[in-house]
Design a protein around this ligand. Structure first.
Ligand SMILES: [Zn+2]
Ligand SMILES: [Zn+2]
Length: 256
């Protein structure tokens, strides 16, 4: 088992202070209730729905017991394990959307303790962090990859490198929102390429905001494996479930 150690490095302290200073000058609003003076106020942050240990020990799906889910029994996935801090709804949903679409980058550090909690509870093997890349158009339009913003903080605290060029998106994929599980897999098939020189023989932890069906993370892992990576697992902030006959409640919907 790999013991994960996280340090509040001087760089992280300085980073945090810089945002606190900026927040004094331009007071932010709570992403959930709008209260002035907080990026997410303590009352709202307490309400985020985090997972306990009653999850599938492979894919991280909440099960109500500590076991392996039916979907994971045939062990054919290139992903060894997936873990998420909590459910994609309420506060965590607002957190993710604000980080992603409103350049609320100072918000990112709030999630670090939750991610660390997941990492220390999970036996992950990794020596390299790789964020799921955006396509070039999105990256240019947004100016940043929101996954890299918190990935860099995690990398600094863990003293484990992050390689934002480890994966590249080769083509633009359609939005996954209205697609079924099978369609999602087809949609992302061969969408990525990996930098084999930098990842060969490495144990990798993939990072993303949200996992829904796992199609994107699975395709990323397959690409990395083909390029010679050893073990691949994934960590996301949240997990969104596709509910049957659904109103998209709790589902990961990209704002246009
Ligand atoms: Zn609030
Ligand atoms: Zn499972």
């Amino acid at each position: 088992m790999q013991i994960v150690q996280y340090k509040n490095t001087n760089w992280l302290k300085a980073y945090s202070l810089a945002w606190k200073f900026l927040d004094l000058v331009y007071p932010p609003e709570c992403v959930h209730c709008g209260k002035i003076g907080f990026r997410c106020c303590p009352v709202c942050w307490e309400q985020r729905s985090l997972y306990d240990q009653k999850i599938c020990q492979i894919c991280g799906k909440p099960l109500g017991q500590n076991s392996v889910c039916a979907d994971c029994l045939p062990a054919s996935s290139p992903l060894e394990k997936v873990r998420s801090a909590g459910e994609y709804d309420g506060v965590l949903r607002d957190f993710i959307l604000s980080l992603k679409y409103q350049r609320n980058i100072g918000l990112a550090e709030l999630i670090l303790p939750d991610l660390m909690h997941v990492l220390t509870n999970t036996c992950f093997q990794f020596e390299l962090l790789i964020p799921v890349p955006l396509n070039k158009f999105r990256q240019r339009e947004r100016g940043y990859n929101q996954v890299t913003t918190w990935g860099k903080l995690l990398s600094n605290g863990l003293d484990i490198p992050i390689l934002s060029t480890g994966l590249k998106r080769e083509r633009n994929t359609a939005s996954q929102v209205t697609l079924s599980v099978e369609e999602r897999l087809e949609n992302v098939c061969d969408a990525f390429s990996a930098n084999s020189e930098m990842i060969a023989g490495k144990n990798i932890l993939l990072l993303d905001d949200v996992i829904t069906t796992g199609a994107t993370l699975t395709e990323c892992a397959r690409t990395l494996k083909q390029a010679g990576a050893k073990h691949i697992s994934a960590l996301t902030i949240a997990r969104s479930s596709i509910k049957k006959g659904n109103d998209k409640g709790g589902m990961y919907v990209e704002k246009s």
